[in-house]
Design a protein around this ligand. Structure first.
Ligand code: ACO
Length: 333
């Protein structure tokens, strides 16, 4: 689907939802041995949002989705497809998109999830536009939503300082307009690196037992240094490739909306791409890493702050567990 060329599928609506509860670095320093200074200097994160126990991923996804549909000027009945990108589904099945469908009272349309970790949102847009090309769907709701607090090991200071909860959504729509919309999406993965970032328990490899719980196998495990190294390399490569495929250079990029994992990764990306940091949308200081939700939350914020204007070239780029990576160039209508 990455080969599909299209300038007639636009982002017609954006929305997001983040839970009100704020967990600051100082709050975290009371849970694990860490400091605000360490977290800020190593990651750029100051605080993150945490969902209450009774708030599910689909609750957040539905709120973000509702806002995106309203922003597009559409009704829920206009939507022909729902895809939710998430690593924290409400449950193994039914899929999260079906819960969103129920919560928003939507029609009996296809609804399913995609799991490509932090790259999931861009993967989901690629799948949505591919399906729209073959099945006549005019409008698709694509959501990235995560309750990462539910798979965070709150005793592991090397990971628990990084993550947050939230959801972002877009409606993508077919359009008669020329030369706007999704110009290109590239996706990729390297399954030889499955070990460096994972939640090893609870699947068919290690079904839940008392032992898997005692060994924290249902929580995120990460080799941070390894992930960092790969992240910079694959994000740079993917971003360069998608620009080249779109016939654009770094100078043509008006705004970069990167996956919000770590300021230092974003700074390395900016330097290697030769795009000034002032052209990057960064909000990880307030939300941390929200995995598949990070790009659509940042996109929504950039749009509402007036940073995205008609004709702007938007570069999105992400990496995540798998390893997976993805990039997109979108020209705003
Ligand atoms: N507070 C204080 N000290 C800490 C903390 C903390 N929260 N965490 C680790 N340290 C200590 C370590 O124990 C280590 O101490 P030592 O030297 O005595 O052994 C020291 O700080 C340095 O640790 P490093 O791991 O080398 O620190 P680094 O500079 O690499 O930063 C970080 C760690 C922030 C995790 C970085 O590697 C990173 O951002 N990696 C990428 C993470 C990422 O983007 N993951 C994406 C996952 S998203 C998904 O797919 C769900």
């Amino acid at each position: 689907m990455s080969e599909l060329k299209g300038n007639s599928v636009i982002i017609s609506g954006v929305g997001s939802f983040t839970p009100p509860k704020v967990l600051s670095n100082n709050d975290l320093s009371k849970i694990v041995e860490t400091t605000d200074e360490w977290i800020r200097s190593r990651t750029g994160i100051r605080e993150r949002r945490i969902a209450d126990d009774d708030m599910t991923t689909s609750d957040m996804a539905a709120q973000a989705g509702k806002e995106a549909i309203q922003n597009a000027g559409l009704e829920t009945d206009d939507i022909g497809l729902i895809i939710v990108a998430t690593v924290t589904p409400d449950m193994p099945f039914p899929n999260t998109a079906c819960f969103v469908q129920k919560k928003l009272g939507m029609g009996k349309i296809p609804a399913f999830d995609i799991e490509a970790a932090c790259s999931g949102f861009i993967y989901a847009m690629d799948v949505a536009r591919g399906l729209m090309a073959v099945n006549g769907t005019k409008h698709a709701l694509v959501i990235g939503a995560e309750k990462l607090s539910s798979i965070t090991n709150w005793e592991d200071r090397t990971t628990c300082v990084l993550f947050g909860d939230g959801a972002g959504a877009v409606v993508i729509s077919k359009s008669d307009k020329e030369d706007v919309g999704i110009l290109n999406i590239l996706t990729g993965a390297d399954g030889s690196e499955t070990d460096i970032l994972m939640v090893p328990g609870g699947g068919s490899a290690s079904p839940s037992t008392v032992e898997t719980i005692e060994r924290s196998m249902h929580k995120i495990q990460m080799q941070g240094n390894q992930v960092f190294k790969h992240a910079v390399r694959v994000m740079c490569q993917s971003a360069s490739d998608v620009l080249e495929k779109s016939g654009l250079t770094a100078d043509d990029v008006d705004i970069v909306v990167p996956h919000q994992a770590n300021n230092r990764i974003i700074e390395a990306l900016a330097q290697r791409l030769n795009v000034g940091l002032d052209r990057f949308k960064i909000n990880l200081d307030r939300y941390g890493n929200t995995s598949a939700a990070s790009i659509p939350i940042a996109l929504d914020e950039a749009y509402r702050n007036g940073r995205i204007r008609p004709g702007d070239n938007i570069l999105m780029v992400a990496f995540g567990g798998g390893l997976t990576w993805a990039s997109a160039v979108i020209r705003w209508q």
